[in-house]
Design a protein around this ligand. Sequence first.
Ligand code: PEP
Length: 256
Amino acid sequence: MTLASRKFFAANWKMHMGPDETSRFVRSFAAAYEARADRTVAVFPPAISIAAFRAAAADRPDLEVGIQDVHAEAHGAHTGAISAGMAAEAGVAWGLAGHSERRCEFGDDDELVGRKLSRLLEAGVKPVLCVGETLTQREEDRLYEVLSRQVATALRDLAPDERGRLTYAYEPVWAIGTGKTASPDDAAGAHEILRKRVAHLTDEDTANRAIILYGGSVKPENIEALLAAPGVDGVLVGGASLDSDGFARICAARSG
Ligand code: PEP
């Protein structure tokens, strides 16, 4: 059972949308979607477009901004990298850690993801920890084991109060960018596992208050069914969030 009363809609733009396109998106999304007290909307543009997003959304404080990745160190000789502190200075409210594309393409493992969570928390950026199983792991019936390991290792070095400040995204790797969506039952089952593991690592109250998003080929056509699944507090949307009208439809979808 979740206590989250607001629904959360996050857009992960990956390596799409430069500053100009970002400004155009914000203008057209703002015209299509009105702020709602029962919804949080957060967009994760490429880091180079964050300033453009904030400038274009200056009169829409309900549109929050996040960063897709930060370095596991606070500063240093890491060419091309961005620290959590810099993201905070740029006005970022949220930070993804452990997205499957970071894990697969850049080798981010659970231990590194945990260090990124620490840097985000130190900087005052709210982390969204992404976890999820591959198709092979699902077929081998290893969902519980994989989610348990990902969460336990990532949270291992966090203090109890820090553990209570995390948001989670369950993103089955086989559903990301593939057009295959987890069924509402599958999503509910995975969210239940995740919430139980969070309870084990924190306490029941913290776990019940934790926001757990579903991500993986969410689109306007399947959003209502996913939002109706028990324990799904919102969604993390990749491809379908690049279209301002489509993302506006997702954010305005009926829930409950
Ligand atoms: C994602 O990148 O987090 C994601 C869920 O992508 P898509 O919606 O395209 O599957």
